[in-house]
Design a protein around this ligand. Structure first.
Ligand code: CO
Length: 222
């Protein structure tokens, strides 16, 4: 059996370093956490929430899955959002996608990848919804980048459209949902300028990005 003792050794060293800087760090944290941020990001090993934004343990609540998707039937993600909002009272939800996302790439490919194709299905819906934008881009790399960005926008809207977030806004809770995209090539986050802090802004965001032809169909039931 191959062991991974070096990880345990890393852990011991890390714990010692933290306690050397602040002897009560773990004792203080073990009482309770009070993060201000919920991070919803990709499982990609290169996109680590705490590292990218330079936050310590206890400062950011994290949910990650392949391609940073927020599906309304995903009890795991919805439970994280509810806990973050109603118990931890986070003030910001950050949806952080990234360029070069393998999940987004897989969703664009015509071949099968197995079970995960079902998970990634929504990205194809996003591509169909925004086909007018994507079809106008000839360069495949640019098209891929644009779909990574559109996926973030759709997931921001999905977060906003949950009953949990709508209820929070209705009762006057301070909450802003942000859409970021991380570039693996330079380690920098781009804020897409699509922050939403109330229901009205959510509709404005939808209006800004949803093609007019598809908007009426989507909101016909409202
Ligand atoms: Co990814």
């Amino acid at each position: 059996m191959k062991n991974i003792d070096h990880l345990l050794e890393n852990n011991r060293r890390w714990s010692e370093q933290i306690r050397a800087q602040n002897p009560s760090f773990f004792a203080d944290l073990s009482g309770q956490q009070s993060p201000k941020y919920l991070w919803i990001g990709c499982s990609d090993s290169r996109v680590s929430a705490n590292t990218i934004v330079g936050l310590d343990p206890g400062e950011i609540f994290v949910h990650r899955n392949v391609a940073n998707l927020v599906l309304h039937t995903d009890m795991n993600c919805l439970s994280v959002i509810q806990f973050a909002l109603e118990v931890l009272n986070v003030e910001h939800i950050i949806v952080c996608g990234h360029y070069g996302c393998g999940g987004v790439r897989a969703a664009m490919e015509p071949r099968r990848h197995g079970l995960i194709d079902n998970w990634l299905r929504q990205i194809q819906d996003t591509a169909n919804l925004h086909s007018a934008i994507l079809d106008g881009i000839q360069n495949e790399g640019e098209k891929f980048d644009r779909l990574c960005e559109l996926n973030v926008i759709e997931q921001v809207l999905n977060v906003c459209e949950t009953t949990i977030v709508m209820d929070a806004w209705n009762r006057g809770q301070e909450l802003t949902v942000h859409g970021w995209i991380y570039d693996l090539k330079d380690g920098l986050v781009r804020d897409r300028g699509i922050s939403v802090d109330r229901e009205l802004r959510m509709h404005e965001l939808r209006d800004r990005f949803l093609p007019t032809s598809k908007r009426s169909a989507r909101f016909k039931a409202l």
